[in-house]
Design a protein around this ligand. Sequence first.
Ligand SMILES: Cc1cc2nc3c(=O)[nH]c(=O)nc-3n(C[C@H](O)[C@H](O)[C@H](O)COP(=O)(O)OP(=O)(O)OC[C@H]3O[C@@H](n4cnc5c(N)ncnc54)[C@H](O)[C@@H]3O)c2cc1C
Length: 386
Amino acid sequence: MDLYKPYVQNDRQKKLVDAAGELADMFSERGEKYDREDQFPYQNFDDLKQSGYGNLSLPKEYGGEEINLYELVMIQERLATGDAATALSIGWHLGGLMEITETRAWDEHIFKDLCRKIVDNKALINRAATEPATGSPTRGGLPQTKAVKTDGGWTLTGRKSFTSMARVLDYSLISATIDDTDEKGFFLVDHNLKGVSIEETWDTISMKGTGSDDLVLTDVHLPASSLVERDSSAVGKDIPKAWLLHIPACYIGVAIAARNYAIQFAKDYSPNSLPGPIKDVPEVQRKIGEMELELFKARQILYSVADKWVREPSKRRDMASELASVKHVVTNSAFQIVDTAMRIVGARGLFRDNPMQRYYRDVRAGLHNPPMDDMVIGMLAKNALE
Ligand SMILES: Cc1cc2nc3c(=O)[nH]c(=O)nc-3n(C[C@H](O)[C@H](O)[C@H](O)COP(=O)(O)OP(=O)(O)OC[C@H]3O[C@@H](n4cnc5c(N)ncnc54)[C@H](O)[C@@H]3O)c2cc1C
């Protein structure tokens, strides 16, 4: 059964999803080893670079493919069926660049220069917005990372936690409080600069391969042009961050991998208490049907909202609660599908060399990527009461 047939709309999408599929299948073979040995998956990132995956959301005139949100969701979902941690990491890169490609909110020279480095040098970039003191930046805390104005530009000092793929990043977009103001800005920081270092703090049971370490900035001297986004004058700041749909796409990808494994297991496993494989047992069929229903619900909402974003740009400003609802529904469905898949496989799924236990650990992280469930519910309630 081709899970992409119902959603692929044209040849370009078919090619994109097939290319993501080739990478995913390679990553899937290495996933267990990286996870067990607590290794950062450098080879996955080399393969992504080799394939040009990191260029996909850049503007065509700067060497990209200018993929849209629908395409982003599709390729990220497929990539995550192979390795969710790598998919989430590269999702930050692709999604963040997609936003700038769509809004052109930056000084064009700086964006063009960054695109050149991504295309020519295969550079990787991510936003580093979380800090130990603020927790999730979506809660509104002001960064403790401070940008102090100097004659030539800025000096940046602070610590960012949860910086996915920190070890392979070439650039970061660092959120910082601007001098003595209460205003937040984002600074483009080259990781080769003096004062930029990484502390390998990422020791988790979930999404281990994201290597979401601490990024430490000690008196990093930056040019004036490094302040690429300011809260007070941000272009398009009233447009919701639709690119964050790469998050639910990633976790439903984990659920698809678990679902595929469980279905294959049900076809293959024949205990001697039964005349054939467990796929013929009504209870197992019921569980498979439940997974399919949940997957249908989650993917319908994910793809339909992404499609609306692409086809009806005039409605984008009003889509914040729809986008947030997608995150809530899809990540929770993913969680449920993996749980049901684990129940089909039984205790074998708990063994260290069984991919199911990794899916079970990875899918859990979706709850702690933005927007968090309570924020979504709060937003919906507020809208309803207004
Ligand atoms: C796999 C993974 C990759 C990540 N990659 C990145 C990345 O590349 N870049 C990046 O910047 N971040 C990244 N993050 C960080 C992520 O966006 C969150 O900032 C982080 O997970 C902390 O979320 P939290 O909800 O636990 O934090 P906190 O905000 O510290 O919240 C902890 C708990 O406190 C409560 N709480 C806190 N504040 C409030 C409030 N105001 N109102 C109500 N309840 C509150 C909630 O119960 C919450 O569960 C990543 C996270 C994960 C898990």
